[in-house]
Ligand binder design. Structure first.
Ligand code: 5GP
Ligand code: ZN
Length: 136
């Protein structure tokens, strides 16, 4: 995918501020950070989103997220972290190469990742539970 910006970044064709790299992943600083230290875990292979990402790679990506969060928390002295991952435009995905956001959180920061809480109705609960038991 030579026209994919994250393929080119992950494989080192385009330079980036790299916090970590191995055979499978590169972790870089986001150019439009939500907070100081906002980083992205990017696999070197192209998968558009979580639907394409093999489950084993998903597991390794989350293990890396766990390690990075701990290391970055110490280094940056942040107070918490959001691990965010968007799939498809409706969910806010803008770069269609799988990536995980690591967003350091600081007391009093103005980072907005919230949503308006709804209410789980009995009707929705019954419908969802029924649908989830359908195997295809
Ligand atoms: P998404 O909205 O797809 O979940 O996240 C895309 C993220 O990639 C955004 O946070 C955006 O700031 C970041 N981004 C887009 N292009 C580049 C780039 O060329 N370099 C870096 N480091 N980050 C990028
Ligand atoms: Zn790509």
């Amino acid at each position: 995918m030579s026209d994919c910006i994250f393929c080119r970044i992950a494989n080192g064709e385009i330079p980036s501020a790299t916090l970590y790299e191995d055979e499978e992943f590169r972790v870089i600083l986001d150019l439009g950070p939500a907070s100081k230290g906002h980083a992205l875990i990017i696999p070197k292979q192209h998968y558009a989103d979580i639907y394409e990402l093999p489950e084993e790679a998903a597991g390794r990506a989350f293990i890396l997220a766990s390690k990075m969060v701990k290391k970055m928390t110490k280094a940056l002295s942040c107070d918490g972290f959001n691990v965010v991952q968007n799939n498809k435009p409706v969910a806010g995905q803008t770069v269609f190469h799988f990536h995980m956001h690591l967003i350091p959180r600081y007391e009093g920061d103005q980072v907005g990742l919230g949503w308006k809480m709804g209410k789980l109705t009995e009707e929705d609960k019954a419908e969802i539970l029924e649908k989830m038991q359908i195997t295809d």
